[in-house]
Design a protein around this ligand. Structure first.
Ligand code: I3P
Length: 128
């Protein structure tokens, strides 16, 4: 059984620094504004924190810092999106509510790991 099978503290799946921009809110297109974000995948959510460079090392941990925003992955869609940016290694995450984010890393292996891990959470939620 998974650590969260009793409804306790959700499992931390992954955390790291990615470049992020929101490109749509409720289906309405937004102007891109790329910035580094500390991204935490925990339970059914992707949670965005400020770049931890400007914070104390442990301040991103759940409970220690207020997230900038968070995304419910239930019903979300993930697509590679190198056509949507001049940057390399970009994917798009679209929520059921029509919010769209681009996430990017200069490191190819790192963005592939993020893509796979987020997709596995989406797949798990689809099966529930
Ligand atoms: C945007 C900025 C973005 C770029 C975007 C530009 O200009 O340079 O970094 O996206 O390209 O419009 P501004 O800062 O003046 O808003 P990428 O880095 O993802 O290419 P786009 O309009 O083709 O999306």
């Amino acid at each position: 059984s998974s650590p969260d099978s009793d409804g306790g503290t959700p499992e931390l799946e992954k955390a790291g620094l990615l470049n992020k921009t929101k490109i749509a809110e409720g289906g309405r297109k937004l102007r891109k504004n790329w910035s580094p974000s500390w991204v935490v995948l925990v339970g059914n959510s992707l949670v965005f924190f400020k770049d931890p460079k400007s914070q104390t090392p442990s301040s991103w941990k759940p409970g220690n810092s207020r997230p900038e925003s968070s995304v419910d992955l239930r019903g979300a869609q993930l697509h590679w999106a190198n056509n949507l940016s001049s940057k390399k290694n970009v994917f798009k995450l679209r929520t059921v509510t029509g919010n769209e984010f681009l996430l990017q890393s200069e490191t190819n292996s790192l963005i592939i790991e993020w893509y796979k891990t987020i997709q596995s959470v989406i797949d798990r939620l689809d099966r529930e």
